[in-house]
Structure formats: C-alpha cells, structure tokens
Unconditional design. Structure first.
Length: 147
C-alpha cells in the first residue's frame, strides 16, 4: 500500500493512505491533507501514486517543499524518504512492484550518470546474451569424437 506516515506535533503518528487520485497538501479547508501552520501554504504541494513511487509536486508554496532536507519543485518519493512541508514531516511507504515503472526508473538513473542511449542499450543487449559454451577438445568416447 502506498501511504504517508506523519508525525504530529503531539508526538503521535498518523497513516494516510494514498489512492489512485492525487492529493493536495495544504492549510486550506479544501485541501485533501490539511496542515494547520503559518509555514504551510493554502495549496502547498500534491502527492500522487505512480508506477515507480510517489510523485511530489510543489504548488509554488511560500516556504517550499523538501525531500530528505533538499528543496524540490517536482520529485519522486521512494520507500523511507522524508517529505517535509513546513514543520511537518511525512515518511513515505511505497509498494512499488518490479515492472515498467522500475524499468523507467533504472533508465532514468543511467541517463542521470551520463550514459547515452546507445551505450545503455548496448549494455542491456550484452547482458541478455548467453555466454558462448566453453570449447574443449572431444575426448575419446564422446559422441562425434574421431575414432
């Protein structure tokens, strides 16, 4: 299940399930997840489940949105990442399954480290090929050996 765990000012933790539609986090009464604090904009950010994690989009908030203490405008939350909105911290719980989303994330990671498309595809093709069988001379008694 994809969800966010939030630690409230009184020390309690609350689990917020994320469904198929995006949720708005903000201080406005129309927000899906309401956080009452002056450092939280009326419509601060959105969170939406995607195939490879939870997508976070800042909505031009006054104080910004952070993931693991790094300011972001748009980013993916992975399992265990911390989403910080004003003084509130959410911890992501992602139920990502291997598949298309995982493949896309792996490709994005390779491009981020500077690999080109052809290099990356060449590496994939090389991994998919079976190694050639070891060559050993036939021994007497093997099928096809000279008699």
């Amino acid at each position: 299940m994809n969800c966010l765990h939030i630690k409230l000012p009184d020390g309690t933790t609350r689990k917020i399930a994320l469904g198929s539609r995006p949720k708005v986090i903000g201080s406005d009464e129309d927000a899906d997840i309401i956080l009452e604090d002056a450092a939280v904009s009326r419509y601060h950010c959105t969170v939406a489940v995607s195939p490879n994690g939870i997508h976070v989009q800042d909505l031009a908030s006054a104080t910004g949105t952070r993931i693991n203490s790094r300011q972001v405008t748009s980013a993916m939350l992975q399992n265990g990442d911390k989403l910080e909105v004003g003084p509130f911290t959410f911890v992501a719980e992602c139920a990502v399954t291997a598949g298309f989303g995982t493949a896309i994330r792996l490709v994005e990671e390779q491009f981020a480290v500077g690999k080109g498309f052809q290099t990356f595809l060449g590496e994939i093709a090389a991994e998919g090929q079976a190694p050639p069988p070891p060559s050993k001379p036939p021994t007497p008694g093997d099928a096809g050996a000279n008699r």
